[in-house]
Design a binder for this molecule. Structure first.
Ligand code: OSB
Ligand code: MG
Length: 365
């Protein structure tokens, strides 16, 4: 497979409701889309970086730079026999996982379409349906949050994740637990605390949470190990795990008992498969996180979440949770049992609405 043409689009989508985490509020989502062409087929990838370096150090501008100046020219020079060769081509680029991941995603999609195989089959995913959880942002008041939980449970989402930050943590969880003592519930702090805030987590430990996601800073793997020693609730790492090597360190020092894998955060599907192998070996369960993806990234995540080690509900909601505009067909819908079915078509398994993408985006390259 020789990449004959590469295009980059920047698309802007309004979110149905603002999504607030401890690091900021998102009202509209700009997404960089990559399209690669070979032998009459196209493969698509979606870059999850945001406008600013709040979740990770990458931004849409940094990704545009890395992709257009380095990654695309490098892959165009090579003949690729398998998507796993991409990592080696890019090995001299340090960091920049999200930039690498979206181009690698497009290569996997293209490879699947050319070889008439679904992404799920290519990576060895085994589940036909994946369990779906919902992530609820920080709200103006607890009553609004409780209404959102009620609506999510009526749709049969299999677990509820609440974003927390200082001032929106123990009291909120207590209110939820008073009303829903047995709800599968977890919290995500997006690095809003430091080890000195330990008492907040010791308090949260009483509420039978499934896990506490990324309580401390991304560089605080060692402090997560100290915190985990004090808690019965499992710690789940998100921002701290940027590669299989980070995952190895975290597991080795007991910094977490669960890992949220976002393929884009670790540099792509190939690196995700290494974490999947590690998980089989060390028995640390995984689940797939989200970055408010539109349809292209969501489709890739669904295939990844069908791997056997992804055994907990994922942050993969139905398409209509965030957007009213769709760039794929069919869109993802929630089954009555709170699952999402894994597409069986070639590549990421959904049709790309190119006309809509062209109308709604700026072509960068
Ligand atoms: O930490 O998991 C996170 C969204 C943007 C940035 C970081 C995170 C999130 C979410 C939403 O929690 C997950 C989703 O539904 O896409
Ligand atoms: Mg998170």
């Amino acid at each position: 497979m020789k990449i004959e043409k590469a295009s980059l689009y920047l698309i802007k989508m309004n979110l149905l409701h603002p999504f607030r985490t401890s690091f900021g509020e998102t009202k509209e989502r700009e997404m960089l889309l990559v399209c690669l062409e070979s032998e009459g087929e196209k493969g698509w990838g979606e870059c999850v970086s945001e406008n600013g370096p709040w979740y990770s150090g990458e931004t849409i501008s940094s990704c545009t730079h890395i992709i257009s100046e380095f990654i695309i020219p490098w892959i165009k020079e090579k003949e690729l026999f398998h998507p796993k060769e991409f990592k080696d081509i890019c090995k001299s680029i340090k960091g920049n996982q999200m930039a690498k991941a979206c181009v690698e995603d497009a290569i996997w999609d293209l490879f699947g379409r050319l070889n008439k195989k679904s992404l799920q089959k290519l990576i060895g995913g085994t589940k036909e349906k994946i369990p779906s959880g919902i992530s609820l942002g920080i709200q103006q008041n607890p009553d609004i949050l409780l209404d959102k939980i009620k609506a999510a449970l009526e749709k049969n989402y299999q677990r509820i994740k609440i974003k927390i930050e200082p001032g929106w943590d123990v009291e909120i969880i207590k209110r939820i637990r008073d009303q829903y003592p047995n709800l599968p519930l977890m919290v995500d702090a997006n690095s809003a605390y430091r080890l000195k805030d330990k008492d907040i987590f010791v308090n949260l430990d009483r509420y039978n949470l499934m896990m506490i996601e990324q309580p401390l800073q991304y560089f605080d793997i060692i402090d997560h190990a100290s915190l985990q020693k004090e808690l019965a609730t499992p710690i789940c790492l998100d921002e701290s795990i940027k590669s299989v090597d980070d995952a190895r360190v975290a597991v080795e020092i007991d910094a977490c008992k669960i890992i949220n894998v976002k393929p884009a955060r670790v540099g792509g599907i190939t690196e995700t498969l290494l974490i999947h192998e590690l998980s089989e070996l060390v028995k640390v369960p995984l689940w797939c996180g989200g970055m408010l993806e539109t349809g292209i990234g969501r489709a890739k995540n669904v295939a990844v979440a069908s791997l056997s080690t992804f055994s907990l509900p994922n942050d993969i909601s139905e398409s209509a949770r965030y957007y009213t505009d769709y760039i794929i067909d069919p869109i993802f819908e929630l089954n009555d049992d709170g699952t999402i079915s894994v597409p069986q078509g070639f590549g990421i398994g959904v049709d790309i609405q190119e006309e809509i993408i062209k109308q709604k985006s700026i072509k960068i390259m």
